[in-house]
Write a protein that binds this ligand. Structure first.
Ligand SMILES: Cc1ncc(COP(=O)(O)O)c(C=O)c1O
Length: 354
């Protein structure tokens, strides 16, 4: 007998009588049970959750699916409707894929940091892609992207803005999937390292882990120059982590520690790992660089989990391209050091307003 789900999103798994998984749309395949043991290569007990192992190629498939499902349930998104979203690229690819599959129109407002591969992927899926080139003087490229979205929505009231920076479905996606996966697979993990972009992954995982009483310290990893945790704004070139405007869904009450990583350290880590046979995306390099810095003074056998948002193929023309790096960074390494910050509020009851 073969059991098939039609159009069911995400986590539910259909299996054939011979035990194979059978899906009917790409967004159903979320392999939440795969971890990569990096202990040999890093010399520390690090297991990495690889969120790039799905059809959209990044962690953002989870937020995209959850936000679209919620919009459909609430009636805000109707058959044949149109969505708009501001994205550094990965969410745009995931939404473009879902929109194509479900018959919606989709406009992605991105900026010049979006890599060529993601731009092309979105267009192949039929999305309308707007690339913002001029940053807002205060809120940077993200601020300019959001203003463009707001103008579009004012002109065309039928367009639905998902607004990943403020949308509870963004963090709920991880509260329902990534958090439970880590808690089940690693009840003894002592630290969990999570990159912060919109903070959907971070907020969702941290709220879940704190709520179930998981003992791990939650360490947020952000790019130097990001304002999410109150640091000064600075230039950033790698998409994924960091913001020019604090996301509404960030919840510092469930974060124990914050590590800020300069992009040159991200590039060094990505290239070091490639030399060992692991091709990771920029945000994964940032998470690994911040993690190695943070655990350097801890005991070597401390069990650690880190989340990898995507893999490296989409960054061949940037992080892994010598000219791209030379044009943007001081090779002498004068771009800052990895630093630790304290969250604004201590993780008191750790329930983060749930
Ligand atoms: C490649 C990549 N890594 C990490 C992130 C950050 O994830 P989150 O938005 O859940 O904080 C993003 C978000 O867009 C991303 O595209």
């Amino acid at each position: 007998m073969t059991e098939i789900f039609h159009g069911a999103p995400g986590r539910r798994t259909a299996r054939t009588s011979t035990g194979f998984r059978l899906i009917t749309s790409p967004s159903e395949y979320i392999p939440d049970d795969v971890y990569l043991d990096l202990s040999q290569v890093l010399g520390r007990r690090v297991h990495m959750k690889c969120e790039g192992l799905n059809f959209a190629g990044s962690v953002k498939i989870k937020a995209a699916t959850e936000m679209v499902d919620a919009a459909e349930r609430s009636g805000l998104l109707r058959p044949g409707g149109r969505m708009v979203e501001s994205s550094s690229g990965s969410l745009g690819v995931a939404l473009a894929m879902i929109a194509a599959g479900r018959g919606y129109a989709f406009t992605c407002v991105t900026d010049t940091r979006c890599n060529e591969r993601n731009l092309r992927l979105m267009r192949v899926y039929g999305a309308d892609v707007v690339v913002i080139e001029a940053p807002d003087p205060v809120e940077g490229l993200l601020g300019a992207r959001l203003r463009h979205v707001a103008d579009l929505c004012a002109r065309e009231p039928d367009v639905l803005w998902l607004n990943q920076y403020a949308n509870d479905s963004n963090w709920l996606a991880h509260y329902k999937t990534t958090g439970p996966s880590i808690a089940t697979a690693y009840p003894d993990a002592e630290m969990v390292f999570i990159g912060a972009g919109t903070t959907g992954t971070l907020t969702g995982c941290a709220r879940y882990l704190k709520q179930v009483g998981h003992p791990a310290k939650i360490v947020a990893v952000d790019s130097l120059g990001s304002v999410t945790f109150g640091g000064p704004s600075g230039p950033r070139h790698i998409p994924g982590l960091g913001t020019g405007r604090r996301p509404e869904i960030v919840d510092e009450s469930v974060i124990d520690d914050i590590v800020m990583v300069p992009e040159l350290e991200t590039i060094r880590m990505c290239r070091t790992m490639a030399g060992r046979g692991y091709l990771f995306g920029g945000s994964t390099g940032t998470v690994l660089a911040g993690m190695m810095h943070r655990i350097s003074a801890e005991r070597a056998d401390m069990p650690v989990v880190a989340i990898s948002p995507d893999f490296g193929e989409r960054y061949l023309d940037s992080i892994y391209d010598d000219d791209w790096v030379r044009d943007r960074f001081d090779p002498g390494g004068g771009a800052g050091r990895i630093t630790r910050r304290r969250p604004a509020a201590p993780a008191a009851d750790g329930l983060g307003g749930i």
